[in-house]
Design a protein around this ligand. Structure first.
Ligand SMILES: O=C(O)C(=O)Cc1ccccc1
Length: 311
């Protein structure tokens, strides 16, 4: 039986384009989910083997809806990542004039990158937020009214959505950075991590034990003293009361690398909880240098030395 994977749909989202690039999904059945929550829930219930979701954008930063799904609830694992360039197109029903566009709909990540263009070119237009850029295109094509009862004039979507939903492009490449890239991850139930490749990333969530001065510094020290570089750190509310935050952290390296493993043991000692979200090959293929004194053999030598001293 072919494996089934969920992705943030409907058809023609950036996430669908990303899903087609994961080697692990070649030949699998791809099933659109209306929200990130629904896609990840399908993994948790075992309905699908995995889900592809957006996690980070080079201009807008983290996708909070995805981070919160990974931080809370039953544990999950990231097993692969893909980087996808994103360009945004303004789509409308054929015959619409750019000057007549008043109500636009799109995904929050697209809104953040296109709001400068909209305020410069369409100063009287408002932008409503929807669950995905393709859902936005579909609602324009179908004339589906928004929550306030008015029909949207245009959607900001992937160029492909115009073809899929029979819409015309009123303007292309309207994002503020034409080199914008989005990172998508493949999420599954936890299992044994793949083997280290020398170009890996590890994702963790650190929950501080009690709110005290230097709590974040203690977390960062674990990585700094072992020569482990962070590629992202994001604080997110735990959902358990005002002012309670956890830190979602991506680091260079694999849980099987001694320096990453030692840093994780350090985290475990200074934090209330550490959630391991997986070690997986990094999409950019970068092989970061291993700093002197932090290689696997450096850690093995140090452990052997200590064993000898202890007799
Ligand atoms: O809405 C989509 O098409 C998505 O896949 C989410 C998204 C939105 C904007 C940039 C990158 C990903």
């Amino acid at each position: 039986m072919t494996e089934r994977y969920a992705y943030l749909g409907p058809e023609a989202t950036f996430t669908e384009a990303a899903a087609l690039r994961f080697p692990a999904l070649a030949g699998a059945t791809l099933e659109p989910s209306p929200t990130v929550h629904a896609a990840i829930n399908a993994v948790r219930t075992g309905e699908v083997t995995g889900a592809v979701v957006p996690v980070e954008n080079s201009v807008e930063g983290s996708v909070n809806a995805t981070l919160d799904e990974l931080i809370r609830g039953e544990p999950l694992a990231i097993t692969a990542e893909v980087l996808l360039p994103v360009t945004f197109t303004l789509l409308a029903r054929p015959g619409t004039d750019l000057a007549d566009v008043r109500r636009i709909v799109t995904h929050p990540v697209a809104e953040a990158q296109c709001r400068a263009w909209v305020s410069a070119k369409l100063p009287h237009a408002t932008i409503a937020l929807g669950p995905s850029t393709a859902a936005a295109a579909a609602s324009v094509a179908n004339g589906t009214p928004g929550p306030d009862g008015t029909v949207y004039d245009a959607a900001i979507s992937a160029p492909l959505a115009g073809e899929r939903y029979g819409l015309a492009a009123l303007a292309v490449d309207i994002g503020e950075d034409s080199d914008a890239v989005t990172r998508f991850v493949l999420v599954t139930l936890p299992g044994k991590p793949g083997r280290p490749t020398g170009s890996d990333k590890t994702t963790l969530v650190a929950f501080i034990r009690d709110d005290h001065p230097g709590a974040l510094l203690e977390i960062l020290e674990q990585f700094a003293t072992r020569g482990v570089n962070l590629t992202r750190i994001e604080s997110r509310p735990t959902g358990n009361g005002m002012g309670r935050y956890c830190f979602a952290i991506d680091v260079e390296g694999h849980v099987a690398d001694a320096r990453v493993g030692e840093a994780m043991m350090g985290l475990r000692r200074v934090c209330a909880t550490v959630r391991f979200l997986g070690s997986y090959p990094r999409a950019d293929g970068v092989r970061p240098p291993v700093l002197p004194g932090t290689s696997n053999s450096d850690f093995a030598d140090a452990a052997a030395w200590l064993d000898q001293l202890r007799g």
